[in-house]
Ligand binder design. Structure first.
Ligand code: XUL
Ligand code: CO
Length: 440
């Protein structure tokens, strides 16, 4: 088979002193760390939509990158995309990929035909996976781009649209299971509203949960043993997205009894759109036991929309990997690059250069996070800060040994609190992070 990128060979790891643009400086896929190779710690995934389909089209202009893969017939193009994607994954040492149904195969004249054509591509993917050892991280259904979804999918006022979305989700779950994926994502593309003047919010939320329950029941019935994920996002495309942030989604999952089957797929740029840090969203997921997977990218602090840039901010990747390590690492999840090269970075080489940038930033972040934990100063500071909960009245509160009256008696007797107040030392801690980061 001829190559799509004949001028680019397998990207080698050359170390931090290399000046070779087409080499990794930090991502050394086979380096063993804590008994397993770096590639298994990071579990990088290629996003089919951006990398294989995104041509740079924006609101002000047509595409700048050629993503036709040399084909005009839709089925031939879908197959060429598979070949090109596997070449990219091989050359970049990426083990996983993620898809929406319609990234793999477009819509045809009717749903029956779309499903049949999707199956052809899924069979082809299964064959390629067997030949190469590449894996599916997660699948999802694109229930937001077609005009039928203008008012939502699971939250559409039209029951027929709900049924159509259910059909698409069924086929996408079938594909995910056939390809051995351990994740299935719900990103609520148009699950939200523009004005309450035309919206029955209560019914829409109930229906969104109904669709998820139907998906869980079906997935489990055909042997899907992975995680369902919700990917929180506060705005864009709708003004009020129901999955605003992790805390909002947690309330939703618990209310509707979906909390046993779902975890979070946290996206960096979605976190910042919700006015949170990436680390905040990861931490909310972790401390509640809902940490699942990550859509790795970054936004631009000066822009208020989802720019899906490749992540290069090492401070952020460090604090992200700090959370991942504290969560015990990835199980079913991984780091999916929901990221696209800038519209002006339009050449085939830019695909590789942008992935190298993102992968190196995460490899460096992983090393830095491990160094922060090994250094121990942050952990020790936090442990000391909460020491009053380990003994005395703090321990009694945690053990449930005191009631409100007993606490009142204690506080009156003790008088003003002075001895257990200490400095938060934020500046010191920030300088410790710098010290560790720049000693790597
Ligand atoms: C949109 C987004 C999606 C999801 C999958 O902002 O992040 O691409 O990751 O539907
Ligand atoms: Co995403």
């Amino acid at each position: 088979m001829s190559e799509f990128f004949p001028n680019i060979g397998k990207i080698p790891y050359e170390g931090k002193d290399s000046k070779n643009d087409l080499a990794f400086k930090y991502y050394n896929p086979d380096e063993i760390i804590d008994g397993k190779p770096m590639r298994e710690h990071l579990k990088f995934a290629l996003s089919w939509w951006h990398t294989m389909g995104g041509d740079g089209t924006d609101m002000f202009g047509v595409g700048t990158a050629d993503k036709t893969w040399g084909e005009t017939d839709p089925e031939a193009r879908a197959k060429a995309k598979v070949d090109a994607a596997f070449e990219i994954m091989d050359k970049l040492s990426i083990d996983y990929y993620c898809f929406h149904d319609r990234d793999l195969s477009p819509e045809y004249a009717n749903l029956g035909e779309s499903n049949e054509k999707l199956k052809v591509i899924v069979d082809y993917l299964e064959k390629k996976q067997k030949e190469t050892g590449k894996k599916l991280l997660w699948g999802t259904a694109k229930c937001f781009d077609h005009p039928r979804y203008m008012h939502g999918a699971g939250t559409s006022p039209s029951a027929d649209v709900f049924a159509y979305a259910a059909a698409q989700i069924k086929a996408a779950i079938d594909a995910t299971v056939q390809l051995g994926g351990k994740g299935y994502v719900f990103w609520g593309g148009r699950e939200g509203y523009e004005t309450l003047l035309n919206t029955d919010m209560g019914l829409e939320l109930d229906n969104m949960a109904r669709l998820m329950h139907l998906a869980v029941d079906y997935g489990r019935s055909i042997g899907f043993d992975g995680d369902f994920y919700i990917e929180p996002k506060p705005k864009e495309p709708t003004k009020h997205q129901y999955d605003f942030d992790t805390a909002t989604v947690l309330g939703f999952l618990r209310k509707y009894g979906l909390d046993k089957d779902f975890k979070m797929n946290i996206e960096a740029n979605h976190a910042t759109l919700a006015q949170h840090t990436f680390q905040h969203e990861l931490d909310v997921a972790r401390v509640n036991g809902f940490f699942g997977s990550i859509d790795a990218n970054q936004g631009d602090p000066l822009l208020g929309w989802d720019t899906d840039q490749f992540p290069t901010n090492v401070y952020d990747t460090t604090l992200c990997m700090y959370e991942v390590i504290k969560a015990g690492g990835f199980t079913n999840g991984g780091l999916n690059f929901d990221a696209k090269a800038r519209r002006g970075s339009f050449t085939p080489e830019d695909i590789f250069l942008s992935y190298i940038a993102g992968m190196d930033a995460f490899a460096l972040g992983f090393k830095a996070a491990r160094a922060l934990i090994a250094d121990g100063r942050l952990d020790k500071f936090v442990a000391d800060r909460y020491a009053s909960w380990n003994t005395g009245i703090g321990k009694d509160i945690i053990d449930g040994k005191v009631d409100l009256k007993a606490l009142s008696d204690y506080a009156i007797k003790k008088g003003e609190v002075t001895d257990s107040l200490s400095s938060g030392r934020q500046e010191l801690l920030e300088s410790i992070v710098n010290n560790v980061l720049f000693s790597l």
